[in-house]
Design a protein around this ligand. Structure first.
Ligand SMILES: [Zn+2]
Length: 60
């Protein structure tokens, strides 16, 4: 049993290193894409600014 399986959701269209942290804005858990419109739309191109900040804060 491995843990390499990404959870539900489409694959991102760009490298999104901030996915390793939880998003404070939309509540996406680590490994999941950010969502918009109450979770009905995946943000495959980017993440919320707060998540990028959280990632930077966690990686320093
Ligand atoms: Zn988000």
């Amino acid at each position: 049993m491995t843990t390499t399986t990404p959870a539900a959701g489409p694959a991102p269209t760009a490298p999104l290193p901030a996915l390793v942290v939880h998003c404070p804005t939309c509540g996406a858990p680590p490994g999941r894409l950010c969502t918009s419109h109450s979770g009905t739309r995946f943000r495959r191109h980017d993440v919320h600014q707060t998540r990028t900040k959280a990632y930077r804060a966690a990686s320093t």
